[in-house]
Design a protein around this ligand. Structure first.
Ligand code: SF4
Length: 295
């Protein structure tokens, strides 16, 4: 959902030329940093809710009628890579009709502790599938966890009608890997588009200062607060070093390679949601009050 909405928003901004560069909004650590340090750039951040918040809002909307009929309440619990996601879920503007999109957030470390405390031995559990209809994920969604993953998914979507090589040439050579700053240029409908990817707030800070000084120019910028992206989030299992980050990223790319559904628009669940509850329901996936919000 994030890929589809963010690509759409990016194309709209390219056409109007407003609020460029477009910054990604998936990482609440980055969003809060921007609000504090660069409030004049908040309008440049995508209005898309983060994947956590989109998923929560959609789940609650999806089960709304059933809950009402059966006198039940759907509670959304996220398992996340960092504590910034807990603060994000508590933001006032991330509620819909007074109901929080996400009720509870636990980190992956906390989940591991709970599993141990409950005496569950994962290796001995029988394999089973995810619950449907929300258990279908695309490779595009999986790679969000590594720096460059959001950009790769968005560019793949923008270039979906172009020959295969045009997307692959850019993506695999430029957006993957652990360099502090990665750059790529590609063409959308005759317009040259320049993208940058940074991870770690020090790198983001330096890049924005250079943009403000007129030393650099981009149309799309992905920022992840944690070096390496969510694979190295503060709530993830430790210890963490450069090699481990690379290994975790490799793991995600392997899952992407072997996933049956590669891109967001090939995910039948996502597309059916856009034809159903997401039709004319813009506020479920977007937020417009970042600057005023408190975390
Ligand atoms: S990059 Fe870090 S702070 Fe940002 S969402 Fe991922 S784990 Fe959380």
């Amino acid at each position: 959902m994030t890929v589809i909405e963010e690509s759409k928003e990016f194309v709209e901004r390219l056409i109007t030329g407003e609020n460029l560069p477009l910054f990604t909004s998936c990482c609440p650590g980055w969003v809060k940093f921007a609000e504090n340090k660069f409030p004049d750039m908040v309008d440049n951040i995508s209005t898309c809710k983060s994947p956590q918040q989109m998923f929560g809002a959609v789940i609650k909307e999806y089960y709304k009628d059933k809950d009402k009929k059966e006198g039940k309440e759907t509670i959304m619990i996220s398992v996340m890579p960092c504590t910034a996601k807990k603060a994000e879920a508590a933001r006032e503007e991330l509620q819909h009709n007074g109901v929080r999109d996400v009720d509870v957030v636990i980190t992956t470390q906390e989940l591991a502790l709970l599993i141990r405390e409950a005496g569950i031995i994962f290796d001995q559990l029988e394999e089973e599938s995810f619950d449907m209809p929300f258990g279908l994920a695309s490779g595009s969604g999986i790679i969000f966890g590594a720096t460059g993953g959001v950009t790769e998914a968005v560019v793949t979507r923008l270039l979906r009608d172009k020959p295969d090589h045009s997307a692959k040439d850019i993506l695999f050579s430029n957006v993957r890997g652990m360099d502090n700053l990665k750059e790529a240029v590609f063409n959308v409908d005759g317009k040259e588009v320049k993208i940058a990817i940074v991870h770690g707030l020090k790198s983001a800070d330096e890049l924005i200062k250079q943009i403000k000084a007129g030393e650099r120019h981009y149309d799309f910028i992905e920022v992840m607060a944690c070096p390496g992206g969510c694979i190295a989030g503060g709530g993830q299992p430790v210890p963490m070093n450069k090699e481990m980050r690379k290994e975790r990223a490799k793991g995600l790319y392997k899952l992407d390679r072997t996933s049956h559904i590669k891109s967001s628009e090939k995910n039948p669940l996502v597309m059916s949601l856009f034809e159903d509850i997401l039709k004319d329901n813009h506020e479920l996936l977007h937020v417009h009050k970042k600057a005023e919000a408190e975390m």
